[in-house]
Unconditional design. Structure first.
Length: 322
């Protein structure tokens, strides 16, 4: 499976680019899913089709979905709650649900839910390609960072659990097995990694994080930036590239959207066009190994299958580098 991510700040046109790109892939015969993981969805507007958090068929080989992040947070926390109740049965006297009610409003929970959404769609076997229309830049970079950051503390939790199990094992040699009584039932607490359900959860979670980390960095992941040919946008683009480079994630293409192309521009936009050319020159000099493509400022925002495919065929696909 190939995975495409379209990054950019709000309003630069990443929804249009991701929608057009997914349509082009579908037209080429690839079974494609385009998923909006941006809380402020515009994918349905781009395709001129009502959408929801259920996968919708748009055209041959093309499905789309707008992820309900609030629902993903609820589902993510519910799953964690069930796992904790089953794994930590001897803590049943605690009101775990109350803690999860607090957790749903904690910093970072949206990023975790978004990461879970990515994992969910990438795991689907029905598609050759998944295209993600991402949240604004800052949140998306935090999502990309999440597997590596989470691996750091997961490794520490595994080490801590190993010490607990080792201590239990030493005590067992003297006093016998640890037992706890829950709802009248005796439960034997494990002292080996193989039998310990908590260690099993930690090892499983570590494997998931490593898989996501490797997927983000793999040759089958295509991270693209949608921006505009402006000085401030150039600074942001360089910061995005540098941030992603720290996580070994490579940017493949920069799409310069709303690009002015006129042979005889009126004086009112002459300065704007001069700025564009300067930004292009700086990009060529300062950003190496990344393809740069321009999408001109169109008379109106493209909507619907036909207009989006025109954007793909005329500006996104097989266009010469500037």
């Amino acid at each position: 499976m190939k995975i495409y991510f379209f990054l950019g700040k709000g309003g630069v046109g990443k929804t249009t680019a991701s929608a057009a790109w997914s349509l082009g892939l579908a037209k080429s015969g690839l079974k494609t899913l385009v998923a909006s993981i941006d809380p402020a969805h515009n994918l349905g507007d781009a395709f001129a089709t009502p959408m929801s958090d259920r996968i919708t068929r748009l055209a041959d080989n093309l499905d789309a979905v707008e992820v309900n992040i609030e629902e993903m947070i609820r589902a993510y926390l519910n799953e964690l709650s069930v796992k904790m109740k089953n794994t930590y049965r001897y803590l049943s006297t605690m009101n775990i649900d109350r803690y999860f009610d607090i957790l749903k409003n904690s910093p970072g929970i949206e990023e975790y839910a978004t990461m879970e959404a990515i994992k969910k769609f990438v795991a689907l076997k029905d598609y050759d390609v998944v295209v993600f229309d991402t949240p604004p830049t800052g949140m998306t970079i935090r999502v990309f960072a999440m597997p590596r950051v989470s691996l750091v503390w997961t490794e520490q939790l595994i080490k801590m659990r190993k010490r607990i199990l080792s201590t239990r094992g030493m005590v067992e040699n003297v006093q016998g097995k640890f037992e706890a009584e829950i709802d009248g039932e005796k439960v034997v607490l494990s002292s080996t990694e193989k039998e310990d359900p908590i260690m099993g959860e930690l090892l499983g979670y570590r494997a998931e994080l490593k898989s996501l980390r490797d997927m983000f960095s793999s040759e089958n992941s295509y991270v693209n930036i949608v921006t505009m040919a402006e000085e401030l946008a150039l600074f942001e683009t360089k910061r995005i590239i540098a941030s992603l480079d720290e996580f070994k994630i490579k940017v493949r293409t920069i799409f310069l959207n709303k690009f002015f192309e006129m042979e005889k521009p009126p004086p009112e936009i002459q300065g704007k066009m001069e700025e564009q050319e300067k930004v292009i020159e700086k990009m060529k000099a300062e950003i190496r190994g990344i393809e740069i493509k321009s999408i001109p400022l169109l008379r109106k925002s493209p909507r619907g299958i036909n207009e989006l495919f025109n954007v793909y065929s005329n500006y996104l696909y097989n266009k010469e580098k500037r």
